[in-house]
Design a protein around this ligand. Structure first.
Ligand code: G4P
Length: 532
């Protein structure tokens, strides 16, 4: 139906689905809040609670989770701004939950990366960028905290380019920083934006088509005017016109400067984002590429949020709609389970409330009540058999053996381990040719969470024994005999993941490199596609 398709195309072009990412403390929560204020989704500052765990303690995590409970309103925030529907996917701030963040990035079409102008590129920034690069996700950089004495902007650009290995293109330029911060010159719109701390709305713009206009001296003084002219001349000499295509291909990142807490530079960022950021994009599946404009619905689960209340062990599966129209109460095909299911209460995440919805379009995230049907990476379609690819597991960094302290509860423990790892809290491995259960996580905090939840929700008591491994590599080989030999010789280091894929657990980088050299026919992979 042509009319239907017109509607679908309109809905798609209206949407932008993205995440704000940063090293903790760079200003992600603050920037999110300002975006919501512009979107009219919240009325007062302070309404968005930071989901970061300040004291890095389990009790804090549990408290936050309990407060959030199943009210997952903070996981996806949808709001409208200038006729654009923005789906902002929240990512956990704590580094121990990095894998959750990585997976959320599979469900977005672009990201805004916040960098602290004082600290520059930090550990988590680097890792997040690597994940963006895997999918060529378009990135906009927001250099935050210009109200503080940070690094020289030219040095900062050099540092970001070198450390993150991406070309940059400044679209705004700061005039001083710290207590002398006067504002930014918008290189894209050729406008001057002057800074007044703590403005509710952004400062007034002064159009300035020609930087030699003497009005510049009046506004910012002779010294800063001279400096700005010099800087802009340099920038224009170095950078060609902004290449939007290169940005959309993930090769070039536009840069904005501002101060989130002072709401400075945020509106420009948001408006430029709407103008240049990609609309919902097509995605690769095991058999072909799925385009959002296709008539038939498809989508995948990228996150599962559990209810920590043991009396209601329901969960919410977060589904990213990739093509067609998702409709309430319609039967969809759950590819992995090969069964048709329908959803009577799917909901959306308009920031003001959690709404049951009748339909959703590509780019949207829908919350589905789940009693154990879903695991991360699951695909729903209108009947076609395929899986979305590029939703990998990443190698954990800490490995511990599970020791069952209460043999009477073995069944509960096994169920708990499977369900918790389906949620993506951690990865579960089984010793090859044995029964030993090994849990792999990115951070120590997760082990405490698992221990607590196994006890609280499943009545199972466990201890953990740290294992001396540093990475899990999924292994494969074109030569089955060579693979068998390798498994035989390295038995103590071989395990299977939940999909029965073989992994080699390496004690150290040195061991891994040695095995690679000694076994040229074996391929070692740091990530696994969940469905293969
Ligand atoms: P995160 O989500 O990336 O972890 O960062 P968040 O927004 O929570 O910001 C981290 C800290 O940086 C907060 O201070 C926040 O107020 C501050 N901040 C954010 N943007 C700016 C800015 O433009 N300039 C300056 N000077 N500070 C900024 P905090 O003391 O840790 O928390 P709070 O007590 O203020 O909430």
């Amino acid at each position: 139906m042509a009319g239907e398709n017109q509607k679908q195309l309109k809905e798609i072009s209206k949407r932008r689905t993205f995440a704000i990412i940063s090293h903790p403390d760079a200003g992600k929560t603050t920037l999110t809040e300002k975006f919501l204020l512009f979107g009219g989704a919240i009325q007062t500052a302070g309404a968005v609670k930071s989901n970061k765990i300040k004291k890095h303690a389990t009790s804090d995590f549990m408290e936050i989770e309990r407060q959030r409970g199943i009210s997952v309103a903070t996981s996806v925030l949808s709001f409208e701004y200038n006729d654009t529907l923005i789906n902002l996917l929240d990512t956990p701030g704590h580094k121990d939950f990095a894998e959750d963040t990585f997976r959320t990035l599979t469900a977005v079409d672009s990201v805004v990366m916040v960098i602290d102008s004082v600290k520059g590129v930090e550990e988590q920034t680097r890792r997040l960028m690597e994940v963006c690069r895997m999918r060529d996700t378009p990135v906009i950089v927001f250099v935050n905290k210009l109200d503080r004495d940070g690094k020289n902007p030219f040095d900062l650009l050099d540092e970001i380019e070198a450390e993150l290995n991406i070309s940059l293109h400044p679209l705004s330029w700061p005039i001083n920083m710290g207590k002398d911060f006067k504002g930014v010159y918008n290189l894209y719109d050729k406008q001057l934006q002057l800074f007044t701390p703590n403005q509710k709305v952004t400062a007034e713009d002064t159009p300035l088509k020609d930087l030699n206009d003497p009005v510049l001296e009046k506004k910012i003084g002779a010294k800063d005017a001279a400096q700005l002219r010099e800087d802009v001349e340099l920038i224009e000499g170095v950078y060609e016109d902004f290449d939007q295509d290169a940005y959309l291909k993930g090769k070039l990142a536009p840069v904005f400067f501002g101060s989130a807490i002072n709401n400075f530079g945020v509106k420009e960022l948001l408006e430029t984002f709407i103008r240049i950021a990609p609309t919902p994009q097509g995605r690769e599946v095991t058999t072909r590429r799925v385009e959002p404009s296709e008539e038939k619905f498809s989508g995948f689960v990228f996150k599962i949020h559990a209810n920590l209340d043991p009396r209601h062990r329901d969960r919410i599966a977060f589904l990213r709609v990739c093509s067609g129209e998702f409709e309430r109460n319609k039967y969809y095909h759950h590819v992995r389970l090969d069964k048709d299911i329908r959803f009577s209460n799917p909901y959306t995440f308009l920031a003001r409330e959690k709404d049951v919805i009748d339909n959703a379009w590509p780019g949207d995230v829908v919350g589905l009540y789940d009693s154990g049907n879903f695991k991360i990476g699951d695909t729903l379609t209108e009947g076609e058999d395929f899986y979305f690819t590029g939703i990998p597991s990443f190698s954990p960094e800490i490995f511990k053996e599970v020791v069952n302290k209460d043999p009477m509860k073995t069944k509960q423990l096994e169920k708990g381990l499977v369900q918790l790892t389906d949620e993506g809290v951690a990865q579960l491995f089984t010793q090859h040719g044995g029964n030993k259960k090994i849990i792999g996580c990115v951070g120590d905090l997760q082990f405490e969470v698992i221990q607590y939840r196994l006890k609280n929700e499943y009545g199972a008591s466990v201890d953990f024994v740290t294992l001396p491994f540093y990475k899990a590599c999924w292994i494969s080989s074109k030569d089955p005999k060579k693979l068998q030999d390798f498994i035989k010789f390295k038995q103590a280091n071989i395990a299977e993941d939940k999909d029965e894929m073989l992994v080699y657990l390496a004690q150290s980088e040195w061991f891994l490199n040695t095995e690679r050299i000694n076994n040229p026919d074996i391929e070692f992979h740091f990530t696994s596609e969940i469905h293969k």
